[in-house]
Design a protein around this ligand. Structure first.
Ligand SMILES: [Zn+2]
Length: 138
């Protein structure tokens, strides 16, 4: 925690010297984590979904053989593969809240790891993140 605060302070100090550069936000979406696999599920302002695989340090990692299925309200979302994950071809429908299931397979014949979340892009008053990615545990 102390190291984290120190790095935040040093980022602020760098920011003062270089005001044009926005501080790097490591993770703003929902973290999906199971048996060593880590991915970030993010809904962009355009409502397109981005799934980015992460390495142990939280940096984007190569997709490799991993595959993802995203079901919104029981319907498959068409996804386009990217070097480090997937991007939805269409924006999400406006209906909120809606159930989302994200299935991640490490290899094609792997059993899927299921993550359930609720489509809710309202901003949480406490952590200022979208509710689907809220970290306040309420
Ligand atoms: Zn919150």
């Amino acid at each position: 925690m102390k190291a984290f605060l120190l790095s935040v302070l040093s980022i602020c100090a760098l920011g003062a010297a270089e005001p044009a550069k926005a501080p790097a936000v490591a993770l703003v979406g929902r973290l999906l984590e199971a048996s060593g696999d880590k991915a970030e599920f993010l809904i962009k302002p355009s409502r397109h979904v981005v799934v980015t695989f992460l390495d142990a340090a939280g940096k984007p990692a190569a997709r490799g053989e991993r595959s993802v299925v995203v079901k919104v309200d029981g319907k498959d979302l068409a996804l386009e593969p990217k070097p480090e994950g997937f991007l939805s071809k269409e924006p999400l429908a406006a209906k909120e809240p809606a159930p989302i299931v994200v299935q991640v397979r490490t290899t094609a014949d792997d059993k899927p790891k299921n993550f359930r979340l609720t489509l809710n892009t309202a901003i949480c008053g406490e952590c200022k993140r979208a509710e689907y990615a809220c970290i306040c545990a309420h």
